[in-house]
Design a protein around this ligand. Structure first.
Ligand code: SF4
Ligand code: SF4
Length: 318
């Protein structure tokens, strides 16, 4: 039993799967940025991208399922050559599905990606976009020089296409270093006020997400001799009140090759949902019996349960 499982047992809060309702596809590690907090180690030189043959295997399985939401992540999902094909095919499903993408807004100003705002708006793709601060210094330090200005221009353009009003546009805040995020509601108020006042930008919700002590962020902490201290902070801040809302309970996370994980963090740590069959593909799952499968945990899970908790949809408890 790892320390996380011991904490769950001690708090009498078992972590159990419910019926899957979100299909989260990590369609590739390709990205135009190399952010310090990236748990995917994404970047411009990465070659791992979901191929059309894999998409064609997933689509009929997804259509036949009762899973209501498709959540696309990466890398930068829009950089995958068959991104638009995937969306268009899902939009042809008889039963409509909610589609969301984890957008890196700077992609909109890259040559060849001018189609993004209009395509997303036409297909009513909900956008969740990283914006670690409403001031340039923190954003540029964490994500690279010039990222703040390019993101602001992108959000202004998205607002013109109905994002932030008719179509959901959410921002993601994560701390710039080894600290827990502040209270989501208060920070959202500040963001809303400052983004409107200085840039005329409107958005729906702010999601506060803790940095996961894995991949590039773990290396960053190690370089700064902060890994142990950060892990200690996460462990000491364990909040059993977050467990019922953890995203791994109702999400199936899938790699660019179609393999199955309980969340994107487990994917990066190669903790497959089926430890005995790590190469099993998502289209081979029996959804009836899937909720009985145990969730694979590790000490990184303290990153999801610290303080107010953290998930792809922000805080989990007040
Ligand atoms: S955090 Fe997002 S935008 Fe930054 S390198 Fe990773 S995938 Fe790219
Ligand atoms: S890291 Fe993954 S498996 Fe662990 S608690 Fe978070 S979402 Fe669940």
């Amino acid at each position: 039993m790892n320390d996380f499982d011991l904490s769950l047992a001690h708090a009498k809060t078992p972590l159990q799967r419910s019926q899957p309702n979100i299909l989260q596809l990590n369609i590739g590690k390709l990205c135009n940025l190399t952010c310090t907090h990236c748990h995917v180690n994404a970047g411009p030189a990465r070659k791992e991208i979901m191929q059309k043959e894999t998409i064609d295997q997933i689509l009929p399985w997804f259509e036949a399922s009762s899973i209501e939401t498709l959540d696309l992540t990466g890398g930068t999902p829009e950089m995958i050559p068959d991104f638009r094909y995937l969306i268009e095919k899902v939009r042809e499903f008889k039963k409509p599905r909610k589609i969301m993408t984890r957008l890196n807004a700077t992609i909109i100003s890259e040559p060849g990606f001018e189609w993004v705002p209009e395509f997303h708006a036409q297909n009513e793709i909900e956008i969740i976009a990283s914006m670690p601060c409403y001031q340039p210094d923190n954003v540029n330090a964490q994500r690279g020089d010039g990222v703040f200005d390019r993101s602001i221009e992108a959000f202004q353009l998205l607002n013109k296409h109905g994002y932030g009003t008719e179509i959901p546009l959410h921002f993601v805040y994560n701390p710039n270093g080894a600290a827990l995020p502040p209270a989501q509601e208060e920070l959202q108020e500040d963001y809303k006020r400052e983004m409107k006042k200085h840039f005329g930008i409107v958005f729906h919700e702010l999601f506060c997400i803790a940095n996961m002590p894995i991949a590039r962020f773990a290396s960053y902490l190690k370089r700064n001799n902060q890994l142990e201290e950060y892990m200690q902070l996460l462990i000491e801040s364990f909040n059993p009140g977050t467990v019922d809302s953890l995203m791994c309970r109702d999400t199936i996370n899938v790699s660019w090759t179609g393999e199955i994980f309980d969340c994107d963090f487990n994917q990066m740590l190669k903790l497959a949902s089926f430890p005995e069959e790590p190469s099993k593909k998502v289209w081979e799952i029996d959804l009836e019996s899937f909720p009985e499968l145990p969730i694979r945990t590790g000490n990184h899970c303290f990153g999801c349960t610290a303080g107010s908790g953290s998930s792809c949809g922000g805080s989990l408890a007040s």
